[in-house]
Design a protein around this ligand. Structure first.
Ligand code: HPA
Ligand code: ZN
Length: 328
């Protein structure tokens, strides 16, 4: 069975984190910036652990500083998505990296990204929508500015709001104002929790920020009562197994809790997070999961449907995506 031909839906992808290393090196060369230290001898991104990964991530992102850079990035990222059979993807986009949270500049970056996404949809049939994300270790004040950027541009393309970054910094409740602001603007909510923060951080995301999806969320597995509650409340897990294995959250694919969460009735979806950093693609995620858990095509089709239903886009777009999944 070839899983590569299955149409796929991805809900958790950081746009800068999806930048191919050669693309970032090209921009660094053009702009005469020396970031050679973030690459290994094979030209891949090099980092020691999650916290070093965040530093390398920000160094790579430092060469993306015009709307046109983000348009080129969007084209490069969606080309890779389409190559794995992705038909719909939601990408995290940060006003921090797109114009320093200035609403006017943000709108210019967003327009460039959307134009590139429209081109990719016309050429490859891959649909992109944006989830605006604040960055936890940049602090709650900057997050408010990001939330205002998100609220100012909420609509049929900017569909969600989230938080990424260092889960061990600050408390999720410090970001309540930002999440309330985004919700009031009509945005759907997700938060990185339970990647590094333990089961309690998952509870905090649901209780304090009222999210309907969890970025990772996998450490909820350590609290069986919480797992039951998340299943009951139909909270959706944006699971990124290759990311978790590459960063050492779990020692190998078989030890990853995605299968146990699914067996417990939780709504799990599959994403790549920052694919070149973790040497993965959607096709690779599918293949490794099939090997680890003996999942067949039926399981993956079921997960793709769950993902489409959990997408933050409008109903018309969702119906189109669901139809394309059913046509297979
Ligand atoms: N985790 C948290 N924050 C992030 C990540 C991640 O994997 N990638 C980019 N920001
Ligand atoms: Zn992530």
């Amino acid at each position: 069975m070839s899983l590569s031909i299955l149409p796929k839906v991805e809900l958790h992808l950081h746009i800068e984190g999806a930048a191919p290393p050669a693309f970032i090196r090209g921009l660094a060369h053009e702009k005469n910036v020396d970031i050679s230290g973030i690459f290994d001898e094979h030209g891949s991104y090099k980092y020691k652990d999650f916290w070093d990964f965040l530093k390398v991530y920000e160094a790579a992102t430092s060469v993306l500083n015009t709307p046109e850079d983000f348009a080129s990035l969007t084209r490069a990222v969606l080309e890779e998505s389409a190559a794995s059979g992705v038909i719909y993807t939601e990408a995290f986009i940060s006003p921090d990296f797109c114009g320093g949270r200035d609403v006017g500049a943000w709108k210019e970056y967003l327009a460039a990204i959307r134009e590139a996404a429209d081109e990719a949809e016309a050429n490859d049939g891959v649909v992109l929508r944006g989830i605006i994300t604040c960055i936890r270790h940049f602090g709650s004040e900057k997050a408010r500015e990001s939330a205002i950027c998100a609220a100012e541009t909420a609509g049929d393309w900017v569909v969600g709001f989230g938080i990424g970054g260092d889960e061990k910094m600050g408390a999720l409740k410090d970001f309540k104002w930002s999440f309330d602001c985004a919700r009031e603007a009509g945005l759907a909510l997700t938060a990185h929790a339970g990647e590094w923060g333990g089961a309690q951080s998952v509870k905090d995301a649901v209780d304090d920020l009222k999210v309907v999806r969890l970025g990772h969320g996998v450490q909820a597995i350590d609290d069986p009562a919480l797992v039951d509650r998340l299943a009951e409340d139909e909270i959706v897990f944006e699971v990124c197994p290759g990311s978790n294995v590459a960063l050492g959250v779990y020692p190998n694919w078989r030890a990853h809790p995605i299968h146990r969460l699914r067996e417990a009735g939780c709504k799990v979806t599959i994403s790549t997070d920052d694919p070149p950093f973790f040497h993965t693609t959607m096709n690779n995620e599918y293949d490794r999961l099939a090997d680890a858990f003996d999942w067949d095509e039926g399981v993956f089709t079921d997960i793709a449907m769950t993902s489409a239903q959990a997408a933050f886009c409008d109903d018309e777009t969702k119906t189109k995506i669901l139809k394309r999944l059913e046509q297979r």
